[in-house]
Design a protein around this ligand. Sequence first.
Ligand code: NAP
Length: 237
Amino acid sequence: MRPKIICHMVSSIDGRLLPGRWTPPAAGIAPGWEHRHYEAVAARLDADGWMVGRKSMQDFASGTERATVGVAGNLRETYVADRKGRDVAVGIDPHGRLHYGQDNAGGDHIIAVLGQHVSDAYLAELREDGVSYLFAGKDGTDLHEAMRVLGEPFGIKTILLEGGGITNGTFLKAGLIDEISLLVYPGIDGLAGVPSIFEFLGAADDRPAAGKALRHFGTETLEGGVVWLRYKVEAAA
Ligand SMILES: NC(=O)c1ccc[n+]([C@@H]2O[C@H](COP(=O)([O-])OP(=O)(O)OC[C@H]3O[C@@H](n4cnc5c(N)ncnc54)[C@H](OP(=O)(O)O)[C@@H]3O)[C@@H](O)[C@H]2O)c1
């Protein structure tokens, strides 16, 4: 069974995702509340870890490409490395572009979600780094298959989907988001074209959320005026 997927994001009031562009807090309000709340609220969601797209995972991938040889076994099966009881950090990286150089992102065990077309050398490099991996079909876009494997054998029950917008958009289109947890920071970006919470790369008439409806089930106003909104994603009536 696939895990429950909660899309957990922080945005400006216009739904934009790049905090460095937002207006500063009002006079007398300390900066940085959105980041502190983001982590604190994530902990309250009681998940087994978090999941991001290749670009958002880049900050945690500080290794370099290596010609690893001599790793035994069938490299083309799901690889479950030693998680050591840690939360997981899942990177959706269809082309195998990330070179981690370690088995964790911020202390959480890395699981790479890949296309089957990545090279043996790349898979050997991941094993040498202690990184787990699984395949999302031939080209790495079969998210239903990837989430099924995350459920079993990885045993993930709940996972936080933490962006960026492109990755959130592909999960939305695939009908794989169960809940949305959105922290709205009291600031504005304001510029057309800046990435927002969902950025499905489709045709102009595409409607990635078609067939879905949101049921609001929680609002909290947090310190600094950040508002935490919670929704269940249901089938539309
Ligand atoms: N405010 C927030 O809460 C928040 C959270 C996260 C990120 N961010 C910001 O968002 C920005 C990055 O967001 P982004 O939307 O540009 O990138 P992203 O979602 O992090 O990564 C997009 C990439 O992931 C890969 N990918 C993921 N799912 C895929 C799928 N189903 N099919 C094919 N490819 C898939 C592709 O990699 P390839 O290009 O290799 O094919 C794609 O280009 C950063 O600036 C980050 O700081 C903000």
